[in-house]
Design a protein around this ligand. Structure first.
Ligand code: KIV
Length: 269
């Protein structure tokens, strides 16, 4: 008999927080890797706008478009049976205009089949978040280092070391919980502050560079698999060194082709 798969929902994540079970989350942008991550048992897949960096080679997350996010998200959706799939609303598709925010979120849900959207910011995007929530679309918040605002910050350094910004993160996280977000990502803030936020609100708090006192962790897949050597923040743990492994395999293939070792007698018709 086929084993029934228990799908991860926003409610399942809330129960995990209540039970003290940590939530695992990774980014995914394509069908093939999303399938592996889902089979491995990942709880949440984020179709992050970090696709702009790791898939398209842009310096920031700003250039990626809504159409491109929908393309990545629909590829991931086709691969996944269990994980909750969250998609980033890209820069320019929700800030400052709640009607446009709702239209962008609806396009993502309708055209990709994903389960939720993520938006960067707090009080300043309250109206957009509320309007999306009112359409029955689950929203994940994102506070701390919000890469879509990189030109305002001017640096990818740790955020909220000063009291005023730390207090703003506390109040923004309370606001996002109050208006109905199902979870929040906290990026690159002091571990003590992130722990305080996770204790202060009842929805799950997922950290990246935010220490161990939160309810779950997220990493960019390409960073944790070691697809590159250049990005080395303190919070990153590398589980593989794919840059070297792939380069080595390709060099071996080139050598085999040049030496006519490949294909051999068994590898042809
Ligand atoms: O786009 C992304 O990958 C993200 C994570 C860093 C949380 O937003």
């Amino acid at each position: 008999m086929k084993k029934e798969i228990k799908k991860v929902t926003t409610n399942v994540l809330l129960k995990m927080k209540q039970k003290g079970e940590k939530i695992s989350m990774l980014t995914a942008y394509d069908y093939t890797t999303a399938k592996i991550l889902d089979h491995a048992g990942i709880d949440v897949l984020l179709v992050g706008d970090s696709a702009s960096n790791v898939m398209a080679g842009h310096e920031t997350t700003l250039p990626i478009t809504l159409d491109q996010m929908i393309y990545h998200a629909s590829s991931v959706v086709r691969a996944v049976n269990r994980a909750l799939i969250v998609v980033d609303l890209p820069f320019g598709s929700y800030q400052g205009n709640s009607k446009e925010a709702l239209n962008s979120a609806i396009r993502i849900m309708k055209e990709s089949g994903a389960h939720a959207v993520k938006l960067e910011g707090g009080k300043e995007i309250k109206e957009s978040v509320e309007r999306i929530l009112s359409a029955g679309i689950p929203v994940m918040g994102h506070l701390g280092l919000t890469p879509q605002s990189i030109y305002k910050f001017g640096t990818y350094e740790v955020r909220a070391r000063e009291k005023a910004e730390a207090e703003r993160i506390l109040s923004d996280s309370e606001l996002l919980e109050k208006i109905g977000c199902f979870a929040i990502v906290l990026e690159k803030i002091p571990a003590k502050l992130a722990t305080q936020v996770a204790k202060n609100i009842s929805i799950p708090v997922i950290g990246i560079g935010a220490g161990s006192g939160v309810d779950g962790q997220v990493l960019v897949l390409h960073d944790m698999l070691g697809f590159n050597h250049e990005f080395n923040p303190r919070f990153l743990r590398r589980y593989l060194n794919l840059y070297d492994d792939i380069k080595g395999a390709v060099q071996k293939y080139i050598k085999d082709v040049k030496s006519q070792d490949f294909p051999n007698a068994k590898e042809q018709y």
